[in-house]
Design a protein around this ligand. Structure first.
Ligand SMILES: Cc1cc2nc3c(=O)[nH]c(=O)nc-3n(C[C@H](O)[C@H](O)[C@H](O)COP(=O)(O)OP(=O)(O)OC[C@H]3O[C@@H](n4cnc5c(N)ncnc54)[C@H](O)[C@@H]3O)c2cc1C
Ligand code: SF4
Ligand code: SF4
Length: 941
């Protein structure tokens, strides 16, 4: 039971929100108590809302029970603004995803839950983009981007939400809905809310009537500023609706809920040239910025020597970086244009400007994408390097100040002195200097109260420097949150701060919307509710809880995301070490079995979007390993020794089940197997009509003429055991693969003792590492021998097994899964004729990790007239988890069927187990791409 008034609130909400989206358990409330900041608050109740009706119901219930509410988009905020110790209303995964582009592509309308990167994906075919470009754009959602007025390297102050939003749909604290794009809605609002509108316009007038205040507001927004409310909205607009629309931007969920936003789109320049300019010191670099301001430059990123040093040893970094003197400062400069001639003119213009400027090295602009990427990798590597280099258990704090560009030089010099004074060593500085904006990273150990005191003292001096001395912004991009709330008054002065308080009172008279954020009377709010960062495991200790992994985590919104798995694991480690609350530890451990361990697909896709490449799946596998009983280890070891028997028995078992299915029919089989599974307490695997028959045995002998090119084919144990799903006449994949290789004129050889070989992946995914290693060793030896120490290429038809082999076996082996092998070895030997059908493809996680998504599409397009690529992160079948935890598979594929057009009859993939789930949840038969390759090819004439 929850404490009152939350229990009554939840009871009320039960009639509006399905129970699985009302979350109160200790594990998940803790998991959602984290955003990317260094604060933690644990909500009492989490509500996931999927549409406006639900959001309005939650806001109404909170109003009636006088309960505070915070909105959450992707939770990547850095200043503590996406947290709550009351109600956290989270954008659900299914709703808020609408988008619409107008006819001339000058505007795009987006639901609050669309990712920034998705918005740009919709616009890319038209050569357009949205204005806001935070570095977190791949993970942040529109609701969060607009509410934080987030922006980045290229947007400047013109391209951010303030400059490019042209309309929005808002839910206000009293339940009023305002659509600023709809005349009727505007008029109704002006009538119904006349008193509030009058108060707001009077406030605006008071600012406009005061020339010094007006001048101050205008001046402060000449550089980036997200401290406090966007009071520029009151002075830049006369229309009250436009004022409201722009006040909401950057209001961090404290004034209302944004449901939908319309942006003016910006052109995406077709051509770019990039250069790394190196200056003798920070002073020269800042002078250079003033010169660059006179040129057509789209981005100018400053990196000090400490920053450069943090990445200089990384692979691919230019050698000369290591040799630079300590004072050297870099500017990464990009200029963009629509055509080559214009671009060259701009490059020449910059070169001419710097002809006599003191520089450490000559610079040249490059338009070659690889070289451009290498230069941007320097900049993009800074933050991850700082995260990795920090001591275990320390916190990552990214500060985000801006000062008028003329003051940048002096401010940066003093900032360096401040770091020395506070012994914040190796503090990297980088920034979007055209906007006077620089970031720096502190990594204090905030579990130490002395460090908190030091941080407070540092902040006081930082505020003096930025505000009192240079009249800058304490937060340029990242929002005020809790971190700068105590200093808003100091930055803006009494009069404007009072206006901000009045704004809050108009929109949220009961102070229920995200209280404590932006307006906060507690002078120490920035040093309270600090999140513990207990060292927990080498595999995850570099995690900053930024949340970038969540968009790639298939179990996010089902149970936990990768970030949340780490959060809970850290807390369990902290509780175990401190002995603080044993009962809580027991409860978390119990719940973690399902939420953390059983429902992790261990696919490792989280590592692809993690700045520090953490594969949370590895943590989970290691926990599985630690929990294994001696008996389980022994059984696994015995099974591994007799893989031939294991595959033979599974073949037999599958054929038996298939036989029973043929007698009972699908309906009866489904209900009986479901009943048996229930009876066994979910220990028996889930049966589905997509369950395969037993596999056929491959020849195991070398076939084909020895005069032709050789290939080693290693059929995975999975395909040795499993055949196609009960379709009459279909061949097992290993038989099909062999005949395809022969058709292409290869001599096919098999490793010795093949029936006993296995890559070890099925064992490794269960944490049975010793057995997995043993099997990998055996396979490695056999493959080295049969491939003439790696001279002959090796094909394995299961991408997951092949990926595991690449990770574990001798690097001399030339290992290929079906996509790469077909493109490289089969395509030159076969004539392709597209089959006149529409097919679907699914790139499995291991193929994604090998970067084969584009190649798979290319291959499928060589084989079929039309190819569709439904958007699925990971199917969640996860080896055999699809049989044992079918809910995970169902969740992973919940959107698949609706994305398949009716003309799709067959889907293709490169993993037999994934195909079982894909078939079950789509109603379309999925099989290996090699079947399609065989169907559409003939030997070269
Ligand atoms: C490594 C890293 C780099 C970053 N780089 C940048 C950068 O370059 N520039 C930058 O500006 N920011 C940056 N950020 C900060 C952050 O990612 C952005 O501000 C981002 O836009 C937040 O979006 P979100 O979806 O995560 O929102 P959340 O964090 O979930 O929410 C942001 C705020 O909006 C409120 N909110 C959420 N949804 C709604 C809604 N529908 N209606 C009303 N209020 C709502 C929340 O209550 C909160 O106050 C970075 C963060 C990290 C971790
Ligand atoms: S695992 Fe990586 S991406 Fe996920 S929260 Fe941690 S640091 Fe961020
Ligand atoms: S391995 Fe997969 S399911 Fe597990 S945390 Fe990573 S992305 Fe999520």
């Amino acid at each position: 039971m929850l404490a009152e008034p939350y229990q009554s609130l939840q009871n009320d909400l039960n009639t509006h929100i399905p129970p699985d989206r009302l979350i109160t358990d200790p594990l998940r409330t803790l998991a959602y108590g984290t955003d990317a900041s260094f604060y933690r608050l644990t909500p009492k109740l989490i509500v996931k809302v999927e549409d406006e009706t639900e959001a309005l119901a939650v806001m109404k219930a909170c109003r009636e029970h006088n309960v505070a509410i915070t909105f959450r988009a992707a939770g990547t905020s850095l200043s503590g603004q996406a947290l709550s110790d009351s109600v956290l209303m989270v954008l659900g995964p299914e709703g808020w995803r609408q988008h619409q582009i107008n006819e001339d592509q000058s505007e795009i309308t987006l639901g609050a839950g669309v990712l920034g990167v998705e918005a740009n994906g919709y616009l890319a075919p038209f050569g357009k983009k949205i204005g806001p470009d935070p570095a977190s754009i791949n993970s942040a959602k529109i609701g969060g981007i607009v509410s934080n007025n987030a922006c980045g390297m290229a947007s400047g102050i013109e391209g951010n939400s303030m400059g490019t939003v042209s309309g929005m749909r808002l839910l206000l604290s009293d339940g009023t809905v305002l659509d600023t794009r709809d005349e009727d809605s505007r008029n109704a609002f002006l009538q119904q809310k006349k008193d509030d509108v009058d108060r707001l316009t009077a406030l605006a007038q008071s600012l406009k009537n005061n020339p010094s205040v007006l001048e101050r507001i205008q001046r402060k927004y000449e550089i980036k500023n997200t401290t406090g409310y966007s009071v520029s909205a009151l002075v830049n607009f006369d229309d009250p609706i436009e004022m409201i629309e722009h006040l909401i931007i950057g209001s961090e969920g404290t004034l209302g809920f944004i449901s939908e936003v319309t942006f003016r789109t910006l052109p995406e320049a077709g051509r770019k040239a990039t250069a790394l300019m190196l200056f003798p010191d920070i002073a020269r670099a800042c002078e250079a910025v003033l010169l660059l301001k006179e040129c057509r430059v789209s981005a100018a990123e400053l990196m000090d020597r400490v920053s450069l040093r943090s990445v200089q040893d990384k692979p691919g970094m230019p050698e000369y970086i290591k040799t630079l003197a300590d004072s050297v400062t870099a500017l990464l400069v990009e200029t963009a244009a629509d055509d080559t001639a214009a671009l060259q003119e701009q490059v020449d213009e910059i070169a001419a400007k710097f002809a006599d400027f003191p520089m450490v090295r000559e610079f040249t602009f490059t338009t070659e994408p690889g070289q451009q990427q290498a230069l941007w990798d320097i900049r993009k590597g800074l933050f991850p390097s700082a995260c990795v280099a920090r001591k275990k258990g320390t916190t990552v704090i990214i500060e985000d100040i801006a000062v008028p560009i003329d003051n940048l030089r002096d401010c940066l010099l003093e900032l360096h002195k401040l770091f020395d004074q506070y012994a914040y060593e190796n503090t990297i500085i980088w920034g979007h200097v055209f906007d006077g904006n620089v970031h720096f990273v502190l990594t204090p150990d905030l579990s130490d109260s002395a460090e908190i005191e030091k941080y407070k003292a540092f902040m006081d001096e930082l505020v003096s420097l930025v505000v009192d001395k240079y009249d800058g912004s304490l937060k340029a991009e990242h929002g005020t949150g809790r971190n700068m709330a105590p200093f808003v008054k100091r930055e803006w002065g009494d009069q404007i701060y009072e206006v901000m308080r009045e704004i809050k009172a108009i929109f949220d008279p009961d102070n229920l919307l995200n209280p404590g954020v932006i307006i906060n009377d507690d002078p120490e709010a920035h040093a309270k509710n600090i999140k513990p960062m207990t060292p927990a495991h080498d595999l995850v200790d570099t995690c900053t809880e930024c949340g970038f992994c969540e968009r790639n985590c298939m179990s996010h919104d089902f149970t936990l995301s990768a970030r949340q798995r780490i959060v809970i694991y850290r807390e369990m480690t902290r509780l175990a070490a401190s002995g603080e609350d044993p009962a809580r530890l027991v409860e978390l451990k119990k719940e973690y079995v399902w939420y953390g361990e059983r429902t992790c697909a261990t696919d490792g896709l989280c590592a692809l979007s993690c700045p520090v490449e953490i594969d949370t799946g590895k943590l989970i596998k290691s926990l599985r390993h630690d929990q294994l009983s001696p008996a389980a280890r022994q059984i696994a070891a015995q099974m591994a020794k007799r893989m031939d028997t294991v595959t033979a028995v599974s073949r037999l078992g599958l054929n038996l089940v298939d036989f029973v299915h043929s007698i009972l029919g699908t309906r009866l089989m489904t209900s009986i197997s479901g009943w048996l599974r229930d009876l066994s307490g979910n220990r028996l695997p889930q049966w589905t009509p997509a369950m395969p028959k037993g596999g056929e045995t491959v020849s195991r002998r070398a076939v084909g003429s020895s005069a032709t090119d050789a290939v080693v084919y290693f059929p995975s144990c999975i395909n040795r055991g499993m055949g196609p799903a009960g379709r009459a006449g279909a061949e097992s994949l290993n038989i099909k693969t062999e005949s395809l290789l022969l058709k292409a004129g290869f001599a096919v050889t098999y490793p010795e003792n093949m029936d006993n070989l296995c890559c070890g992946m099925p064992f490794a995914s269960k944490g049975i590492f010793e057995t997995a290693d043993q099997k990998a060793l055996e396979l490695g030896d056999a493959l080295l021998s049969v491939s003439d120490n790696g001279r002959i290429p090796i094909l394995c038809e299961m991408s997951p097994c092949l990926y595991h082999m690449k990770e574990t076996l001798d690097p001399r082996l030339r290992l290929f899964e079906p996509i790469e092998f077909t493109l490289k070895y089969l395509a030159p030997r076969l004539d392709f004729e597209k089959v006149p059908v529409t097919v679907a493809i699914h790139t499995v996680c291991s193929a994604k990790k090998m970067g084969l998504e584009g190649d798979f599409l290319k291959l499928a397009k060589m084989c079929a007239e039309n190819v569709v690529t439904p958007n699925v992160i990971c199917c969640g079948f996860a080896g055999d988890r699809g049989f044992n935890v079918p809910e995970l598979n169902a969740f992973g594929l919940r959107r698949l069927k609706s994305q398949l057009p009716p003309e799709v009859q067959t889907g293709y993939s490169t993993s037999r187990t994934c195909e079982i789930g894909l078939t079950t949840h789509s109603g379309v038969n999925y099989q290996s791409i090699l079947y399609l390759v065989d169907e559409c090819t003939r030997p070269k004439a």
